[in-house]
Design a protein around this ligand. Structure first.
Ligand SMILES: C[S@@+](CC[C@H](N)C(=O)[O-])C[C@H]1O[C@@H](n2cnc3c(N)ncnc32)[C@H](O)[C@@H]1O
Ligand code: SF4
Length: 445
């Protein structure tokens, strides 16, 4: 725990990329989610529904063709069709528990997200039967968005048409880089030609929105390669672009290699370079008519291209997260599922909720959670927080705003705090001063 004066200081980022999580995905940090259990979830689910809170469903598909060297998600490779089916059956049994609970019963999801791992690793038949069962449990007739993550090498025309027919509205392609050598050296299963093929087929399948993920700072990335990536990206013309800055968490292949070689610095660009590359991409995208809508995203048409999942979650929606290691946020309580597949399946088949850890948040923690997540969009509105939390943001976080303003990282104007582009590019390092003292300097694992 840090000393008192440290609490309100902006975190000083080591410029080299060292091991650890940089991205702030939630609040309070996961490290503190060990106070609750499945029993807490059972109690919560037995209460009457809060119909006014929007509801979403996330389903985790933890299978991939290959494990990328930088990946920190829970994924499994080389699983048989039978093993995959057993997992999907467990997932639907888990979802069924939620669907029949008083807290959820009668509510209809507004958004659905298939994440991973690689949802597109599943066959068309597996996907059809999975989505049919999901729709029976929680009907999709009020769903505004269905997101589906896909690795380009797993797609073909027939599969993409089938995915579109299932109701997917937002296809998210894990392109990462357009150069086959960089893809290979980073352990990706796909190559450059597969990207173009998948994108063309996805366009012809008629998805309302296609997002492309890139990572700035992959192993062996150079300035020249990055500029070429941005050129190809703009030429491709997707509706939405997401750029992550490479981080190297403990459970990655890159860190294992570093440990074996006794190295402390990861063999990727430093943070200043990754920020500069993302900034360059944002500048070029803006010249091409895109609008930057968060520290990681740019969209071609902000009126048309929404991201309902992100925007709902960052405004406190309920999310049922089903599947191994999935995260839920229901009735103000955080839950994470068991992170090992066999244990997850056995727990569900034994009739239990597969909760690993949980944390009931206080109203103040929920306020901070929404504040830091919405700051990632580059702007927060005082009126929203006054209405929802009866809190005057300017007064409650006076010190924090002052520090950001003094450093030229943002300012208040007309009831809105707006971050500068420089601040937006390093937004995750600016959020910690808003944390409660007991959550300062914690790790995100
Ligand atoms: C679950 S994956 C997307 C779907 C699919 N599995 C794929 O990789 O094509 C989610 C995204 O997280 C990002 N990602 C994974 N590991 C990362 C890391 N260490 N640093 C930054 N971004 C990372 C990648 O951009 C990836 O597309
Ligand atoms: S980045 Fe995507 S494809 Fe690669 S291991 Fe992670 S989830 Fe699988």
């Amino acid at each position: 725990m840090s000393e008192e004066p440290e609490q309100n200081k902006t975190q000083v980022e080591p410029e080299e990329t060292t091991v650890g999580n940089y991205f702030v995905a939630n609040y309070p940090p996961f490290h503190f989610w060990d106070k609750g259990t499945a029993r807490h979830l059972e109690e919560l689910l037995s209460q009457p529904a809060q119909v006014e809170t929007p509801l979403g469903v996330y389903f985790h598909i933890p299978f991939c063709r290959k494990r990328c060297h930088f990946c920190y998600f829970r994924v499994y490779t080389e699983r048989s069709a039978g093993e995959i089916q057993r997992y999907l059956d467990a997932g639907m049994q888990e979802l069924g528990r939620y669907a029949s609970a008083p807290f959820i019963n009668g509510r209809k999801p507004r958004f659905v997200y298939f994440g991973g791992g690689t949802p597109s690793y599943l066959s068309v038949n597996q996907l059809r039967s999975l989505t049919d069962r999901m729709k029976e449990l929680l009907p999709w007739d009020q769903v505004e968005e269905v997101t589906f993550e896909a690795e380009p090498g797993t797609l073909n025309e027939a599969k993409l048409h089938a995915i579109r027919e299932l109701g997917v509205t937002r296809l998210s392609l894990g392109v990462e880089n357009f150069d086959s050598h960089i893809l290979e050296i980073n352990g990706r299963a796909h190559r450059a030609d597969e990207i173009q093929r998948a994108y063309k087929a996805a366009r012809s399948a008629g998805f309302p929105q296609i997002n492309v993920d890139l990572i700035s700072g992959m192993v062996e990335e150079t300035e020249e390669n990055w500029r070429e990536n941005v050129r190809k990206l703009i030429e491709m013309d997707p509706d939405c672009v997401t750029i992550y800055q490479m981080e190297v968490p403990y459970n990655t292949g890159i860190f294992k290699q570093m440990k074996a070689e006794g190295k402390l610095v990861a063999p990727v660009a430093n943070w200043a370079t990754k920020r500069a590359w993302t900034g360059y991409a944002f500048d070029e995208l803006e010249k091409a008519g895109y609008t930057v809508t968060s520290g990681y995203t740019a969209v071609k048409n902000p009126e048309k291209t929404k991201f309902v999942y992100r925007d709902s979650l960052w405004k406190g929606a309920d999310l049922i997260g089903a599947g191994v290691s999935a995260f839920s946020h229901i009735g103000g309580v955080h839950f994470q599922n068991i992170t090992e597949i066999e244990q997850y399946i056995e727990t569900v088949f034994a009739g239990n909720l597969p909760v690993l850890r949980a944390m009931a948040t206080t109203p103040e923690e929920r306020l901070i959670r929404e504040l830091i997540l919405q700051l990632k969009l580059g702007r927060v509105e005082a009126a929203y927080f006054a209405d929802k939390f009866s809190t005057h943001l300017l007064h409650r976080f006076g010190e924090q705003w002052k520090e950001l303003e003094c450093k030229g990282l943002g300012r208040w104007s007309g009831g809105v705090f707006e971050l500068t582009r420089e601040a937006l590019l390093k937004v995750d390092s600016l959020l910690h001063p808003f944390f409660l003292p007991q959550h300062q300097n914690s790790r995100y694992a």
